[in-house]
Design a protein around this ligand. Structure first.
Ligand SMILES: [Zn+2]
Length: 286
């Protein structure tokens, strides 16, 4: 947390602080999402798979490129922690920090989920969000953030001394280990910062600390993604439930989440191209 120290304030502080900000990454410079293709394609979806994620647990599932998937709130307000990997190369994974730098703190329809270096390409695009009415509330909060990380047993141990094994970090490790038939140790290095689906978060106005408040999600709400490459998705139904009070414990009311995967009519995607990885030459010198 930043402390204000008037002793070090220079005489031109007002002038220095009043400089206008500029957007680091103007959206015009991004690879544009051809939303009209997705909107047309999603008019004729055929469900090809469905999964239930039990409360306080996670599963991994495959979504072939050119397919859609939805995360549904099933029976009560519940947030989910989402990881994405290239199905053929787990080292290419969702990069929440760069996604935040490109699209802002909270995501919705039209935003893309970018992959890690040296790949850096959109691996999924959000094509529908029934919580898009929320916008930002008076506390500066909004839903579907890329500012948090994921609840994890290390931070919990550090802050409370408790050993808790059903944080999203651990749930995602178990799910990926099971899905890939690898050990927990091997799986852990691939688990990464998440998209906090349905979670309502922000930064406090006074201290700029990360806060959470009860998710506005209700049964039937969903967020929908288009899979730009073959992906493995991991989703944890967070032990924080709606994250109105606590996470990393068994105290919150928790509910399952539902996943549905859809194919669309192939012809609708004839003008869509799966994004290529970054074309940077990788030399890091002249
Ligand atoms: Zn969690």
């Amino acid at each position: 947390m930043k402390n204000y120290n008037p002793k070090n304030e220079p005489t031109d502080s007002i002038q220095r602080k009043s400089i206008k900000p500029v957007i680091c990454y103007p959206v015009e410079t991004l690879l544009p999402a051809k939303m009209d293709i997705y909107f047309n394609a999603r008019k004729n979806l055929k469900k090809v798979n469905e999964f239930i994620i039990p409360a306080k647990d996670a599963i991994c599932f495959k979504v072939p490129k050119g397919h859609f998937f939805r995360i549904f709130c099933e029976s009560g307000p519940q947030v989910g922690d989402l990881n994405l990997w290239n199905a053929d190369n787990l080292k290419e994974k969702f990069y929440s920090g760069k996604t935040r730098a490109l699209h802002g703190t909270h995501l919705s329809t039209g935003d893309r989920l970018w992959s890690s270096f040296p790949y850096l390409r959109p691996i999924a695009t959000i094509t529908h969000d029934t919580l898009d009415w929320y916008g930002f509330d008076d506390d500066g909060g909004s839903v579907h953030d890329v500012i948090g990380t994921r609840c994890d047993p290390y931070t919990e141990k550090m802050l409370s001394g408790n050993e808790y094994h059903f944080c999203c970090h651990s749930n995602l490790i178990r799910a990926l280990a099971h899905f890939q038939n690898i050990s927990f140790e091997e799986a852990e290095i691939f688990v990464h910062d998440v998209l906090n689906v349905f979670m309502c978060t922000g930064f406090t106005k006074d201290t700029h600390q990360y806060f959470m408040k009860a998710s506005p999600v209700r049964p039937g709400d969903y967020i929908e993604f288009f899979s730009e490459i073959d992906i493995i998705a991991g989703l944890s139904s967070c032990p924080g439930g709606d994250c109105s009070e606590k996470h990393s414990s068994d105290e919150a009311n928790c509910y399952p989440l539902r996943i549905e995967v859809y194919s669309c009519i192939e012809k609708e995607l004839e003008n869509w191209v799966s994004p290529e990885v970054s074309t940077y030459n990788g030399k890091h010198k002249l």
